[in-house]
Design a protein around this ligand. Structure first.
Ligand code: 13P
Length: 229
């Protein structure tokens, strides 16, 4: 089975020139990964034929919700995927598991594919609480959700730090997550994946792909990652 490569561009590209140059550099590779650009540039990626998703959505479909973006409009624009529960959003807006659950339902109702991000902070990792945290996040986020989704295991302490768990640790968590589901759930790993460690991380036997942040912002590095995976 082909592994998935997802690139979360966060807010790294923030002007037209950078976006155009990124799109041009990756023209030949545009079907090899799913890109999550800053929302304001989403239509540009879609128009250029990139498989595209949004980094977050509103729990609501329409109405008086200033600054929010509905799943309906994202689908209508031509995007296919949505990232939900990313730790940066959980932290920045104090996003609860209950709100994530509402967003997941809204996304699925609008036929968007959901990638749910879960992961522990460094303190919990040190206290060996990773599984407990992840189980709780998944159960709450998926309350009364029947449809299939994708999970991305992203330890908070590994994001943007250059640190990663060992392959054995990731494999163990991935298996733990897979055992929670009654279907063949795809589980990705994210957190400091780069052109330098991808060869090693790619050896994890049960992994279904990677969610890449910073390394995906530089086309040359992303191409190296695509090559290896
Ligand atoms: P980095 O690859 O920059 O650590 O970010 C990972 C991430 O948060 C992807 O969603």
């Amino acid at each position: 089975m082909k592994k998935l490569i997802l690139v979360n561009l966060k807010m790294y590209l923030n002007n037209k020139k950078e976006v155009d140059s990124y799109i041009e550099s990756l023209e030949k590779n545009k079907k090899n990964f799913i890109v999550f650009p800053p929302a304001i540039y989403l239509s540009k990626f879609i128009q250029n034929g990139f498989i595209s998703g949004i980094q977050n959505i509103s729990a609501y479909i329409n109405g008086a919700h200033t600054g929010e973006i509905s799943a309906t409009s994202v689908k209508d624009l031509g995007a296919s995927h949505v990232l939900l529960g990313h730790s940066e959003i959980r932290k920045n807006i104090n996003e609860s598991d209950e709100l994530i659950n509402q967003k997941i339902k809204s996304a699925l109702n609008n036929h968007l594919k959901v990638i749910l991000c879960v992961g522990e902070d460094y303190e919990s990792y040190n206290q060996n609480k990773t599984k407990e945290i992840i189980k709780n996040q998944i159960q709450k986020a998926l309350k009364n959700v029947q449809e299939e989704i994708i999970i991305s295991y992203e330890p908070v302490w590994a994001i943007g730090t250059g640190k990663t768990p060992t392959n054995e640790e990731i494999e163990d968590i991935v298996q733990y997550i897979k055992n929670m589901f009654n279907y063949k759930v795809k589980v990705l790993y994210g957190g400091s994946v780069s052109e330098n460690n991808i060869t090693k991380l790619n050896q994890i036997k049960n992994i279904d792909g990677f969610l890449i942040g910073k390394a995906g912002v530089t086309p040359e590095n992303l191409k190296k990652i695509i090559e290896v995976v």
